[in-house]
Design a protein around this ligand. Sequence first.
Ligand code: GLA
Length: 370
Amino acid sequence: MRVVDAFRAAFGADPRTVWHAPGRVNLIGEHTDYNDGFVLPFAVPWGVTAAVSPREDATIRLLSLQSSGDPLVISSHEESQGWSRYVVGVLAMLGDRVRGADIAIDGDVPQGAGLSSSAALEVAIASALNDLYDLGMTPMELALLSQRAENDFVGMPCGIMDQAASALSAEGHALFLDCRSLGSRNIPLDLAAHGLTILIIDTQVHHEHAGGEYAKRRAECESAARKLGVAALRDVTDLAGALDQLQGAERKRTMHVVTENHRVEALIGLLRAGAITEIGALLNASHLSLRDQYEVSSPELDLAVEASLRGGARGARMTGGGFGGSAIALVSDERLEAVKESVSAAYAERGWQPPRFLPATPSPGARRVS
Ligand code: GLA
C-alpha cells in the first residue's frame, strides 16, 4: 500500500495501524441534520487512508501524499493550518486520552466536489487513534468526536451527517439517521439489481461564500424554531400553522426543512416496498425545495439537474451543502450515456467548464485495512 511505503520512508518504521474512511453523497435529507431531522446518505468508493503510529511526546508529524515536501511537524495544536486542522482537531478533542502521533495520509476523494473529504479525514484519524489507544469508542462516538473537531476546532458549524455516513455506512446500503436520537439503520440500496446508477455530476464549481451562507441558514432555522416555541424545526407538526407565524427567509427555511424530513420518510417507505425506481419524484421535489425555499443551489447545479432530467434521468437533485459541488441523478443504465451527453451539451452551450461524472456505488464505512 502506497501510504504505508510513504510512512516507512518518512518515519523509518512501519505504521502501527492503517484505517480507511470514505466520503459520502446524500441521497436525500438536506440541511435537516442540524434541525434534529432525518438524513439518508451513503459512503462513496473514495476516501482517506491514514497510516498511524503513536508517539511518546506530544508532537504530531503529518505527511500527506497529496502535498509535496517534508512532513509537517506540529508541536502545539495552535500551529496547525489548512487541511492539517482536521487532523489536529481530532487529536485536540481527544485531549489527554492520546499523545502525539506520526501520520501519513493518502486521499482520493475528488476535491471540491462536496463529497466530504474533510469528514473522511477526521473519521480516518479518529478511528485509527481509537484503535491504537484502545479507547473503545463506537462508530457513532467517533463521528460525534469528528463533528466536534470540525465545529469547535476548524470552526465550521456542520451537522452530524457527513461524519456519521463515513463512520457507519455499510456496503450496498444507505444510512438512515435520526439526527436527534442518533438512532441509525442501514437501508438496502441495491441499485445494480434494478439496472440503476446514481451518477454524481461534479459541477467543479465552488462558491466562495458557502461557509458564511451555511452558518446563516443554520441561524435562520434556530431563530424560526425559537419563534415557534419548539426545540428544533424537526418538531413542527402543523406546517400551515407554523408558516402563518413566520415571514421571509425563516418561513421559507421552515417550509424546506419540514417537507424534506417527510421526503426522507417517504423515500424510505418506497425503498422498503421495493420501489426504488419510483424515488425520482422525491429527488426532484427535494431539489426544487433546496433551490426555491432554502436557496442553496447554484446555476450550475440547477442546470445539471434540468439537463439530466431532459436526458432521461429518473430524478435528480443537488447533494450536500450546496453553492456548488455536486448533483446526483438516478439513471437507468441504458440512459447513462444520454444523460451525460445532455448535461455536457448544456454546459458547453453556456460556455461553462465541463462537469465531471462519477458513479456513486454505496460503499462500506470506516474500516481497518492493515
Ligand atoms: C454539509 C454539512 C452537513 C449537512 C449538509 C447539508 O455537508 O457538513 O452536516 O448539514 O451540508 O445537508
